[in-house]
Design a protein around this ligand. Sequence first.
Ligand code: PMM
Length: 294
Amino acid sequence: MSGPAVRLPGLPAASRCLVMGVVNVTPDSFSDGGRWFGTTAAIAHGLQLAAEGADIVDVGGESTRPGAERITEAEELARTEPVVTALVQSGITVSVDTTRAVVAERALAVGARIVNDVSGGLADPAMAGLIARTGVPYIVVHWRGPSATMQELAVYEDVVAEVRDELSQRVAALTAAGVRPTQLIIDPGLGFAKLPSHNWALLARLTALAALDHPAGPFPVLVGASRKRFIGRLLASGTGAPRPPLECDDATVAMTALAAAAGAWCVRVHAVPGNADAVRVAARWNEESVHESA
Ligand code: PMM
């Protein structure tokens, strides 16, 4: 992987894996059950995540849980824009989690610095042009289709090779539209058209994935494992009941330590403090491994 030291346009150079805190301005997200739905609650939560050590706060207005139906563009704008505006005004580095170019454009206009697109540009043909024009860092997530039907698309012969090929195709399409490779961060899209076994295979091969099939690789990698269902399944009780998402934060910290030690650029998490500690532990650990191999 290119590791955390990578430079992205408009962002300070990082000496360790970054922590992205999540603000879902939605009534129905799987990971936090709609606790931050409403402008005031969402802003307060974003401020808290930053105070706890989040380097970036990711603001999203549309739930991507499996089976979720889409909301209108107007609704998504009404949910995200005031929250992005307030967090930017407080000096926070904000990313906007959206698949719609219009929502991304409005967020950038009020000061968001990163676009996080779980469809990797596939959901909205206008997204590539916006990213090329604005030059901002863009998170390209592996995606095969909308949330309503994505689990039917979780069919792979070799998940690592296929995700790598499909992300390589997205990077080729984006650069053909004028996006510079230095703007791009890639993301395996854990849980997006993936079964638990697919997610684990991808996590174990992050370095292979980061190279992609592209001359500009390796790319910085973002890992979004926090509170996801496959962690809950791993930690299921004796009766087979999955561990609820809000009880998966300790396991998320373990995933963060492993991802950061493997060279991830950023982890996207719901609870910041433990993960902020984990990235520091991994950075110190890796520093020593560099000395050892020198
Ligand atoms: N997962 C969710 C939403 N946005 N963005 C990126 N880059 N990577 C992810 O894995 C990702 C994402 C799923 O929703 P959640 O907010 O409930 O975890």
